[in-house]
Design a protein around this ligand. Structure first.
Ligand code: SF4
Ligand code: SF4
Length: 222
């Protein structure tokens, strides 16, 4: 899931300082799980904005905010409220925000959230980064633990000289990714094979942005 965090309210208000009428757009997927764009947060935002003299013309939690066509269809029933708004506040990730930008070319759209990373929720409201979307996955070679993400240096051969007692040199609270990989390989009885494997340099051209994938035609860019 995409992890988001609400921005400072002063920054949000500063962005919309010239506008009075606001439409709120949330997302029922990641932003709801992150408590940054669900029904509850939209209600809270409405209360905060009203207290600041703004008028919320309408609000809607899209099923999947980054699904442009689906959101477009869903928002048809809110056309009047959107037309009445001077701007849209998107309570979603950066991708969900850009759905609104794409759908409403003539209306200012501002995001309420900072988009942080792609990760997992391990406990309620506790998120851990798990994948840096490198475009060439090596989880099959590393026991399912991603060194590109879990190692601050993203090194493909580790651990480095900074590893101490199984912890990373950046912080004693951070486990060394490569120690975790080693332990995991041992546990699943693949240590010998792992020790004989040398990971080739990563092809970072797969990470060149912006990336496009057409799954229908299997065309990829780059
Ligand atoms: S190797 Fe790349 S694609 Fe696979 S989990 Fe790590 S960052 Fe993500
Ligand atoms: S100690 Fe481990 S996790 Fe930290 S930078 Fe070195 S190899 Fe990466």
């Amino acid at each position: 899931m995409i992890i988001t965090k609400k921005r400072d309210m002063d920054a949000i208000l500063d962005n919309i300082r010239n506008y009075r009428h606001v439409f709120l757009l949330g997302c029922s997927e990641c932003a709801t799980l992150c408590a940054t764009g669900g029904a509850e947060q939209l209600e809270e935002m409405k209360t905060l904005l009203t207290a600041q003299g703004k008028e919320v013309t309408g609000m809607f939690v899209a099923k999947t905010g980054c699904q442009v066509l689906g959101t477009k269809v869903e928002l048809r029933q809110h056309a009047e409220a959107i037309n009445a708004a001077d701007c849209i506040l998107a309570m979603a990730c950066g991708a969900g925000t850009q759905t609104a930008v794409e759908l409403f070319e003539d209306k200012p759209v501002y995001t309420v959230n900072d988009t942080l990373f792609l990760g997992n929720m391990t406990r309620l409201q506790q998120f851990h980064e798990r994948c840096s979307q490198c475009g060439e996955c090596i989880l099959d070679k590393t026991g399912g633990i991603c060194p590109v993400t879990a190692c601050p240096k993203g090194i493909l051969v580790g651990p480095c000289g900074g590893c101490k007692d199984g912890k990373c040199e950046v912080s004693p609270d951070v486990p060394c990714a490569w120690v975790k990989i080693y332990e995991r390989m041992k546990r699943i009885d693949q240590l010998q094979e792992f020790c004989n494997t040398i990971l080739p340099p990563k092809d970072w051209s797969k990470n060149t942005k912006p990336r496009i994938r057409n799954a229908k035609e299997t065309k990829e860019s780059p």
